[in-house]
Design a protein around this ligand. Structure first.
Ligand SMILES: C[S@@+](CC[C@H](N)C(=O)[O-])C[C@H]1O[C@@H](n2cnc3c(N)ncnc32)[C@H](O)[C@@H]1O
Length: 210
């Protein structure tokens, strides 16, 4: 209950931010070169065969759309109804079937599991990343993987890659760290802060592929 005023303030903040969110090159992916850079990255991290993908804190749905265009089944969740409305409009404009739901990404409630969980720029803002990652791992199927795209920004906000590595639950293995700060094509220009992705496999996947 103590978190409720904080949550509703945060939701209000993101509802207000939704209208201009896509103005940033890496948010809206309106520039072909930026969009292709993300598409190539995602293709490398995602399974090569059709997978069910959960995009946590999907915002205006730019990554959800890109992943659906790679022919995966995508579900996107966000706690901001305005973000979700933008995401639905974007998917409809691209004639893509994506399930969008208004939901708290800290404790997503599903009666299905997913082959992939993608989360860009949200984990750092959640209250207990370690607890959250433990819960997310329970949502993964036997070919499950986490794709976490995060950063430690010049504003002083964020998480260092090593903090996330240390917070990953013991059921996750083979973590790979991808440094993204030097990849200016992803951001639409040079960036000087710490940006990275971590891809980690569920132990069920490791056992299966031994
Ligand atoms: C920086 S934006 C990133 C959006 C998207 N992942 C992207 O990279 O384009 C953070 C998003 O997380 C959402 N968010 C923040 N806290 C959340 C929570 N507890 N549950 C669900 N969504 C949340 C916000 O509404 C916002 O859309």
């Amino acid at each position: 209950m103590d978190n409720e005023p904080k949550t509703s303030e945060a939701r209000q903040y993101w509802d207000n931010a939704a209208i201009n969110f896509d103005a940033e090159p890496d948010h809206g992916l309106k520039n072909d070169a930026v969009r292709m850079a993300w598409r190539n990255r995602l293709m490398a991290w995602l399974p090569s065969t059709k997978a069910s993908v959960l995009d946590l804190g999907c915002g205006t749905g730019s990554l959800s759309v890109l992943i659906a265009q790679l022919e995966h089944d995508v579900t996107g969740i966000d706690f901001s109804p305005v973000m979700i409305a933008h995401a639905q409009a974007k998917a409809a404009a691209h004639q893509l079937q994506i399930q969008f739901k208004i939901m708290d990404a800290a404790v997503p409630q599903f009666d299905q599991q997913f082959d992939v969980i993608v989360c860009r720029h949200l984990l750092w803002a959640l209250a207990s990343p370690k607890q959250v990652l433990k819960h997310w791992a329970t949502l993964l199927t036997s070919i499950g993987r986490l794709i976490l795209i995060e950063g430690y920004w010049h504003t002083g906000g964020g998480l260092h890659a090593q903090e996330i590595m240390a917070a990953l639950p013991t059921c996750m293995h083979n973590h790979k760290l991808y440094e993204l700060s030097s990849q200016s094509a992803l951001w639409g220009g040079e960036v000087l802060d710490e940006r990275y992705a971590i891809v980690s496999m569920h132990e069920k996947y490791i056992r299966q592929n031994k």
